[in-house]
Design a protein around this ligand. Sequence first.
Ligand code: G3P
Length: 215
Amino acid sequence: MKLFLDTASVKEIRTMWEIGILDGVTTNPTLVAKEGRKFEEVLREICALGVPSVSAEVVATDVEGMLREGRHLRGLHPSIYVKVPMTPAGLQATKTLASEGTRVNMTLVFSANQALLAAKVGAAYVSPFIGRLDDQGEVGMELIRDIVAIYSNYRFSTEILVASVRHPVHVLEAAKLGAHIATMPYAVMEKLVQHPLTDLGLARFLKDWEKVPRG
Ligand code: G3P
């Protein structure tokens, strides 16, 4: 399973990249706005680290605009995946971009039928937002279960990128279901690493080591 950071903070990305547990990055207009920096400058810095998959979202809502922005973003660096929203225009643009060899991440997916359509137009990734479904009183992880089953029925090669992840249990459940990727905030990835018993155990080993005769 691949682990992505859902952030536009180069500092956060660099930290996890250096530890060696990061497989990719997803950004969206909200995350980019939070950084207060130029979008393309941020993208170039992330790509320069060597991160192999970096999702950058188009903001046009019409097909021509999506194609123009998508082709431009793709040309910035070979690691760029173009993020396109799940709308009729988004589906049409994805079909064209995919036929040109651009890897598209279809975003804002909230139903299994939408995920089926994303696969049919050749998206490289589909991004179901599970946290936002949970917020609405639905069980987001059930959507992942359905998409895993549908993609397996028809052997679609579109990878399931579990998005809007809010806590480590989302990552655990997504892994148990066989989702290909989970993208998460920095704080959630940190929690995957940490366990209080690891800290306590290490402190005790180091304390006991002091009693071992030297020399
Ligand atoms: O990047 C898309 C998605 O992960 C956003 O998550 O927390 O804003 O629902 P969230």
